[in-house]
Design a protein around this ligand. Structure first.
Ligand code: DQA
Length: 145
């Protein structure tokens, strides 16, 4: 079964970007961890990183009929992109929302996610492990279908 992982804006800078918040792990490290775990779980992974809202919208639209689950860290788009939310609502592919940081113990403007109402659930605050936990959740979701 195929899982689509989407990394949003500025996540290409992980490792260099605010390491006190996001840790020293790079996006490549995270992707390697995900690929390793995916093969153990018998999942096929496609990984996309984009800094562009429109590309994120199109990536979600194209997931229809191809992917069994989407794991998405929409990064800053989480907090204001109605377009990303609408794209997630438009496809029938279940999505799991991921954040490295615990967005609820940070600035007020990060406390609200506009995508939470259209995803199955959210995992936040475990650093790079948030992604692994989300992949685990995706695997269970797919198996329970
Ligand atoms: C983030 C949290 C967002 O508030 C922020 O804009 C990000 C990363 C996280 O993974 O903790 O870019 O999604």
């Amino acid at each position: 079964r195929q899982v689509l992982v989407i990394h949003g804006p500025n996540l290409n800078l992980l490792g260099k970007r605010e390491p006190e918040v996001y840790g020293a792990t790079t996006l490549n490290d995270i992707n390697d961890m995900l690929k390793k775990r995916a093969s153990q779980l018998g999942l096929e992974l496609t990984i996309v990183q984009t800094n562009h809202e429109g590309v994120m919208v199109e990536t979600i639209q194209q997931a229809q009929d191809i992917f069994a689950c989407i794991v998405i860290n929409a990064a800053a788009f989480t907090h204001y992109s109605i377009a990303v939310r609408d794209a997630l609502a438009a496809v029938s592919v279940p999505a799991i929302e991921v954040h490295l940081s615990n967005i609820y113990r940070r600035e007020q403007f990060r406390h609200h996610s506009v995508i939470s109402p259209v995803v199955v659930g959210q995992i936040a605050g475990f650093g790079a492990d948030s992604y692994l936990l989300a992949l685990e959740a995706a695997s269970r979701l797919i198996r329970s279908e």
